[in-house]
Write a protein that binds this ligand. Structure first.
Ligand code: 5GP
Length: 132
């Protein structure tokens, strides 16, 4: 059965898309730590990020860097941080998190629930700033 993130990447389940190409897909985390918290996934379904081939991992990282640059242009932050957990969803993904301080990266923090129109606007802004 396809993972929830495969269904998101295929459009079967809706998401706030931030960037996409044939191989990778970026979308807003539904329960963000901060505004602009984005997930970047390979469309190919692999559970553990570090099981990707060296080449695929390198391409994913470059794609994520391009997404991070777009996030930094539209979300006020010092830098965009990157994290890998994968404890909840068994489909490899990178978290990109706009940081004002290291506390923004604490996954034990309460998650935000933003209105749909705000999530849509953030995703639209990131997509407009994204340069592959
Ligand atoms: P992890 O697997 O890295 O521990 O956490 C998975 C992340 O995916 C969490 O931050 C969670 O909020 C996010 N997430 C889980 N299900 C969905 C979903 O259906 N849509 C979106 N956009 N994010 C999700």
């Amino acid at each position: 059965m396809a993972s929830i993130f495969s269904k998101i990447a295929s459009g079967e389940i809706p998401s706030y898309c931030c960037a996409a190409d044939d191989e990778f897909y970026a979308f807003l985390d539904i329960n963000p730590l901060v505004k602009g918290h984005t997930l970047v996934i390979p469309r190919r379904e692999v559970d553990y990020l570090f099981d990707l081939s060296d080449d695929e991992l390198a391409r994913l990282q470059v794609f994520a860097a391009h997404v991070a640059r777009a996030i930094r242009q539209v979300i006020p932050c010092v830098k965009v941080g990157q994290a890998v957990l994968g404890l909840e969803v068994p489909h490899a993904h990178i978290h990109l998190i706009p940081l004002q301080s290291e506390r923004d990266m604490l996954f034990s923090n309460p998650k935000l629930q933003l209105p749909a129109d705000e999530m849509q606007r953030i995703a639209d802004d990131i997509r407009a700033a994204f340069r592959p």
